[in-house]
Every structure is written in structure tokens, then in C-alpha cells.
Design a protein around this ligand. Structure first.
Ligand code: EPZ
Length: 427
């Protein structure tokens, strides 16, 4: 088991480069199943979620080659069965994209319900509603979803909830369906646009991604392609917030500043200087942090995946801030951990009230999920003394080389192995 040890108090200076977007990669890699040739995917983040989805594809028969540390070549043609078992998929939430991709290719998908970050109930009713509208029937039994259709046929689908996952899955199922599919109230996240661009580069006809109406005209054949994944909006935001929390002057490279607008706006409201360049943002923070209120919303609103990191930042700001988590029913499990460092945060349902404190003090904590784990790192960077973070496998699911990237901008952070008798060895 790995553990991170952080000694807080260092200001952060220098440059950090952002990897490819996790949430685009975990949609685009399964989407390659739809191709009748080899897909070369570049700027793939080197993270555990990608390792897992690549392994699942291999186990299903695909040839998946790592050409270099950020490029995968996938030949999906040897996959002959539309079945992904529980043993294969249980480790990651986004393996539900196999449903749409297998359905699109085989008109059938038998996929076990996935694992992943636990924010309470994570329904897939909108995914299934979409598949049904395309003419598929489904059966949910023993934790396995079996979806099948004689012929998928385009239709109008109105999503009752703006769902990234349902939008992706319907796109995957519809690209080879007969006729026109229209998704209304679709998610608009940057990774939805990236997936549409990837599918179009294979020969699909997807229009309107990035707006709330996506139109997909089915095609009979999709080719292999070469495609480069967009930079990770949330990884970039995490380093921006870390620089703001610890203070200093950090330039975050390989970003699309437009994707960071809501994050930039909140940092500026808190008194942080953010300079935008073509493919970089520079964060400078010398003075005090102001309180602010945040409501998470689907894109282009403030991203829920930045909520824990901002809660940490607000916990050392002057005054009382309110965070309203409107996307997930329960995404505050990490608050108990943050309180161990001295933060004053009270939670009532979807609302967190944060009374800024003068300082946090290091303590042992655990990463309750991916972004909560990133938030614990930020808390450790500003806390007096030493913070020990356990269960960091959650963090390594989604952040490439996070220890090394933070070390390079001056953070005192290291990874240790912890053996069962709890002796640990630094590496
Ligand atoms: C994606 O999850 C992301 N994961 C999540 O990021 C992110 O928090 C979330 O979108 C919201 O932005 C990936 O892209 C792999 P949703 P997803 O379907 O697709 C409700 C991270 O940290 N809903 O947009 O599972 C649902 O309960 C991860 O990188 C239904 O009611 O999220 C939630 O309240 C964690 N019915 C809301 O919609 C459905 O059928 C948004 O969920 C589907 C969803």
C-alpha cells in the first residue's frame, strides 16, 4: 500500500505540465471498439484508470500496444464477444462506457455494473432510457446489464438529468445506428466535445457537441484513426488551486484556458492573480485569500470535480464561505478528514459552510476518493507540520506522476510503501 507524506509550509514556484484528460481518455479508449481498424491515441494520461480500461480491452481480445508513455495503439477487430465480466470491470466506474461501445458494435452488450468513486447512489437510468429509445431492450440482473437490439435506430432523446455518462453512452450507441439521433439536454463538458471529435475522425457524423443538442447521423462503418486527447481540465485546476493555497508563482502548461474559466473566475474572486496565455495559465498569490461562494453545476458551470480542492482553499480564506454541491447527492465524505487538520467545515445535505481558519495543522488522513485525495494533498501543502495520506491509490487512478509534479514546483511530498505491520519505507 502506498502513502504520501507531506511537510507543509513551502510556497510553490515554477512550471508544471498537464497530462491528457482522464475523463476523455476513459471514453475515447472504449470508443475505439467501434473502429474497423487501428486507432492510435496520443496524449493518453499515464494513470491507473487508463491501465485498467486498456487491460479490460485486452482481456476482451483487443490488441492494445503502448507505443510510448502517452500513446496507445488499439486494434479492436479481434474482439468477438460483447461480454465484459465483473472481474474485468469492477475497478472503474467509467467501464460503463463499454455498454455503449459494445452495443454500437455488436447490437448487444453484457456488462457488469462498475465500481469507482462513491458519491452515494449513482444511477444509470438515463443511459438505459437512451438505449431503449434507440430500440434496445435491457435486463438488469445479478449486477449485470444485458442490453440488446435487432437494429439500433436513431431517435430523439431528452435527458431528464444532464449526465456526462449518459451523453457519452448514447453517442457511442448511436454513431452506427440507422438514421438520426438527437440528444437534448446533453452534457457539454470538454470531454464530450473531445469524444465527438474522436468519433468524427473515425468517420462518424456527430454535430453540436459542446451545446445541449447533439445530432448524430448513423454511419455503417468507422475507420481507425490517429487522435490526440485534450489536456485535463481538473488536473490543471488542481495545480492552480494548490499554487493559490500554498502561495507562490506557478505556471501551468499544456492547458486550454477556455476550459478553466469557471476555476479562474473563482480564484480571481478570492484575490488570486491568474494570467492566461495561449496554452498556459500563471497563478500568483502573495496576499490574503477572500471568502467566496460556489455552486457546482454541469459545464460551463463550476465543476463538481474541483469542489473538494476549493473547499480546502476556502478553509484558509478570510471569512465564511458556502459551497453548494448540486451535481452529486453526497460528495463531502472527505470533510471529516479535513476537519482532522483543523478546518472548520459543517455540512448539511448538499451545503457546506466553511469558516476560514488562520492555519491547518498536519495529521494522518486518508483519500476517500480521487478528488478528495487531491484536496488532502493541497491541505497537507499548507498545513503546519506533517500530513500523512493513506489510500492514495484513489489519487493515482486519475493524476499522472502527482508526487513528482508537486516536487518539481517545490513541495515537500514523498511516497512511501507501507507494509502490513505498518513499517514504511521511503522511496
Ligand atoms: C462524470 O461522471 C465524471 N466521470 C465525474 O468525474 C464527474 O463528477 C461527473 O461526470 C459530473 O461532472 C467521468 O467522466 C468518468 P453524470 P458521471 O452522469 O458520468 C445523475 C472524477 O472525479 N444521474 O454526469 O458518472 C447522477 O446521480 C469523476 O473525475 C442520474 O440521475 O456523472 C449525478 O447526480 C468523479 N441518472 C448527475 O446525474 C443517470 O442515468 C451527474 O452524473 C446518470 C446520472
Amino acid at each position: 500500500m502506498d502513502r504520501f507524506i507531506i511537510t507543509g509550509g513551502n510556497r510553490l514556484f515554477g512550471d508544471v505540465s498537464i497530462s491528457g484528460a482522464k475523463n476523455a481518455a476513459v471514453a475515447i479508449i472504449p470508443a475505439a471498439i467501434l473502429a474497423d481498424g487501428v486507432c492510435r491515441i496520443e496524449n493518453v494520461p499515464n494513470i491507473n484508470d487508463v491501465t485498467i480500461i486498456a487491460r479490460i480491452l485486452r482481456q476482451m481480445g483487443a490488441e492494445v500496444k503502448s507505443v510510448n508513455h502517452s500513446t496507445l495503439e488499439i486494434d479492436p477487430r479481434p474482439i468477438v464477444s460483447p461480454v465484459a465480466s465483473y472481474e474485468q470491470v469492477h475497478q472503474m466506474r467509467a467501464s460503463y462506457y463499454l455498454m455503449g461501445a459494445l452495443l454500437g458494435r455488436f447490437s448487444r452488450a453484457v456488462v457488469a455494473m462498475p465500481g469507482g468513486c462513491d458519491f452515494g447512489v449513482r444511477p444509470i437510468d438515463q443511459h438505459l432510457k437512451g438505449f431503449a429509445a434507440l430500440g434496445a431492450s435491457y435486463n438488469l440482473e445479478g449486477g449485470i446489464v444485458d442490453v440488446k437490439a435487432d437494429q439500433l435506430t436513431g431517435n430523439n432523446i431528452y435527458l431528464d438529468v444532464v449526465s456526462v455518462g449518459a451523453t457519452v453512452n448514447i453517442m457511442l450507441a448511436a454513431v452506427k445506428a440507422r438514421g438520426l439521433t438527437v440528444i437534448e439536454n446533453a452534457a457539454k463538458e470538454p470531454h464530450i466535445v473531445d469524444l465527438a471529435n474522436f468519433l468524427n475522425s473515425m468517420g462518424a457524423d456527430v454535430r453540436g457537441a459542446g451545446t445541449d443538442v447533439i445530432k448524430i447521423r448513423g454511419v455503417s462503418h468507422l475507420e481507425g484513426t490517429t487522435y490526440s486527447i485534450i489536456p485535463d481540465q481538473i488536473e490543471a485546476g488542481t495545480y492552480m488551486v494548490a499554487a493559490a493555497a500554498a502561495g507562490g508563482d506557478v505556471t501551468v502548461h499544456n492547458v486550454i484556458p477556455k476550459h478553466l474559466e469557471s476555476i479562474t473566475a473563482k480564484l480571481e474572486e478570492m484575490g488570486v492573480t491568474v494570467e492566461e496565455y495561449d496554452e498556459a495559465v500563471r497563478i500568483v498569490r502573495d496576499g490574503p485569500l477572500n471568502k467566496c461562494n460556489i455552486k457546482t453545476m454541469p459545464h460551463p458551470g463550476f465543476p463538481t470535480d474541483m469542489q473538494p480542492q476549493f473547499t480546502v482553499l476556502l478553509s484558509i480564506a478570510n471569512g465564511t464561505s458556502i459551497v453548494n454541491e448540486s451535481v452529486w447527492d453526497y460528495r463531502y465524505r472527505y470533510v471529516d478528514e479535513l476537519r482532522r487538520l483543523g478546518a472548520q467545515v459543517s455540512v448539511d445535505g448538499k451545503i457546506a459552510v466553511i469558516e476560514g481558519v488562520k492555519e491547518l495543522v498536519g495529521a494522518p488522513v486518508r483519500a476517500t476518493d480521487l478528488r478528495a485525495g487531491a484536496a488532502m494533498i493541497i491541505a497537507g501543502l499548507v498545513a503546519r507540520g506533517t500530513t500523512q495520506i493513506d489510500e492514495v491509490e484513489h489519487i493515482e487512478r486519475g493524476y499522472e506522476n502527482i508526487v513528482e509534479k508537486f516536487q518539481a514546483i517545490g513541495a515537500d511530498i514523498r511516497r512511501t510503501f507501507v507494509y502490513e505491520n505498518s513499517n514504511s519505507k521511503a522511496i
